[in-house]
Design a protein around this ligand. Structure first.
Ligand code: AQP
Length: 339
C-alpha cells in the first residue's frame, strides 16, 4: 500500500498532553520533526487519547492539548507544510485501535516495558486496561496514515516494533492493507535522562522539582536546574555509558543534541574544564533554545483564533486519509458496509 502523498514518504508522530513538554520531548521528538518537515509529508498529532491511559484532570487535559499544539508550532513546525491535529478529533483512531486491540496478543502487550514501568507506579486496582492497550492505539495512529517513518525518542522503539508486527499479522490474515513503518531516532538526544536521577528517563509527568527542564520554564529556573544537576565525584568530562557517570553523560548529550557537534569536538572543548564550566555552558545553550521558542509560543497563544484554525484544517486533512484506511481495513475484515 503506497501513501497518496505525491513523491514524499510520509511521517507520523505525536506527543501526549500528559504534562508540560520537556527538553526530552523536544530533543527526542520535536527537533527531528522540524528537521524532516521539508523532505517528508508530515502528520503531527497531539495524542490526547493516549494521555487518558492514566488519570487526567479534564480542564488540565483541555489546556495542555492546546498548549502542546502551540508548542509544536513554536518549536518550528510550519502548519502550511505539516499537518497538525488533535488525535481525538479524528474518530478513526479509536475505531482502528479497537480492531487492532482485538488482534493484539496479550503476551506481546505484557512484554512492553512502558506498560511494566507505568503500571509499577500504580496500585493493581487502578491500572486501566487502556494502559496495556496503549501500543494498539499507537499502531492505529501510525497505520491509518500509511506512515513510512516515525520520528521518536528511543523509549518508543519497542512500540514501533509492535506496530510492525501487528501490521504484518493483519496483512497476512486479510491481505496487504498497511504500510510497515520504520523508526527514526535522533543521532543525539534519543534518551535524555532526569537531572535529579540520570539513570531514569526525563518524563513530563515526573513530579520531583529538579527532574525535568520544561520548555516553558522561566529561563533563570531552567538555568538553576542545570546548575543543580546530579553529577559524580570524578573530574574528566567525556561521554560514557558507565551508570556512575550518567549525570555528566546526560549533560554532554543535551549539549550535543542542541549544538549538533561531534563527541570528539565536544570532549576536546571540555578537556581542561571542570563540572562548573560544563554546567554553565549547557545552561547557556538550553536557555538559548528555550528563549526564542517561548517568545513564539506566547505570540501565537495570543493570536485569537489562529491555533483553532490550524487544528481544524489539520483535522479535515487527517480525517480524509484516516477514514479511507479505516474503511479498507473494515472491508478486509468482513464488516458489512452501511447502505
Ligand atoms: N527523556 C526523553 N528523551 C528523549 N525523547 C523523549 N521522549 C519523551 N521523553 C524523552 C519522546 O517524546 C515523544 C513524546 O512522548 P510521549 O509524550 O508520547 O510519551 P513518553 O515517551 O511517555 O513521554 P514522557 O515525557 O515520559 O511522558 P509521560 O511522563 O506522560 O509518560 C516520544 O517520541 C518520546 O520518545
Amino acid at each position: 500500500m503506497v501513501a497518496e502523498n505525491g513523491n514524499k514518504p510520509r511521517v507520523l508522530s505525536g506527543i501526549q498532553p500528559s504534562g508540560n513538554l520537556t527538553i526530552g520531548n523536544y530533543l527526542g521528538a520535536l527537533k527531528q520533526w522540524v528537521e524532516v518537515q521539508n523532505d517528508y509529508d508530515c502528520f503531527y498529532c497531539v495524542v490526547d487519547l493516549h494521555a487518558i491511559t492514566v488519570a487526567q484532570d479534564p480542564a488540565e487535559l483541555r489546556r495542555k492539548t492546546r498548549e502542546s499544539a502551540a508548542m509544536y508550532i513554536a518549536a518550528g513546525i510550519d502548519p502550511e507544510i505539516s499537518t497538525v491535529f488533535v488525535q481525538s478529533h479524528v474518530p478513526a483512531h479509536s475505531e482502528l485501535a479497537w480492531i487492532l486491540t482485538c488482534m493484539a496478543p496479550l503476551g506481546w502487550l505484557h512484554r512492553m516495558t512502558q506498560f511494566k514501568d507505568k503500571s509499577a507506579k500504580q496500585s493493581q486496582d487502578s491500572i486501566g486496561a487502556g494502559l496495556l492497550n496503549y501500543p494498539s492505539l499507537m499502531a492505529a495512529d501510525i497505520l491509518l496514515y500509511h506512515a513510512d517513518l516515525v520520528p521518536v525518542g528511543d523509549d518508543q522503539n519497542q512500540h514501533l516494533e509492535f506496530t510492525r508486527d501487528l501490521a504484518q499479522r493483519f496483512n497476512h490474515l486479510y491481505g496487504e492493507t498497511f504500510t510497515l513503518p520504520s523508526v527514526m531516532n535522533p543521532q543525539a538526544g534519543a534518551r535524555i535522562m532526569g537531572l535529579d536521577n540520570p539513570t531514569a528517563k526525563m518524563s513530563k509527568s515526573e513530579a520531583s522539582e529538579n527532574h525535568a527542564i520544561f520548555l516553558l520554564d522561566d529561563l533563570s529556573r531552567a538555568q538553576k536546574k542545570v546548575m543543580r544537576a546530579v553529577t559524580d565525584s570524578h573530574r574528566e568530562i567525556r561521554f560514557s555509558d558507565d551508570p556512575e557517570r550518567a549525570g555528566v553523560n546526560n549533560l554532554l548529550t543535551i549539549y550535543q543534541a542542541i549544538t549538533n557537534e561531534t563527541q570528539e569536538v565536544i570532549e576536546a572543548a571540555f578537556a581542561d574544564k571542570g563540572y562548573g564550566d560544563l554546567k554553565r555552558t549547557v545552561a547557556d545553550v538550553v536557555v538559548g533554545t528555550l528563549e526564542p521558542l517561548q517568545a513564539r509560543y506566547y505570540e501565537l497563544m495570543n493570536e485569537a483564533g489562529y491555533l483553532d484554525s490550524v487544528l481544524k484544517i489539520g483535522q479535515e486533512k487527517a480525517a480524509d486519509i484516516a477514514q479511507d484506511t479505516l474503511k479498507l481495513a473494515q472491508k478486509r475484515m468482513g464488516f458489512l458496509a452501511p447502505s
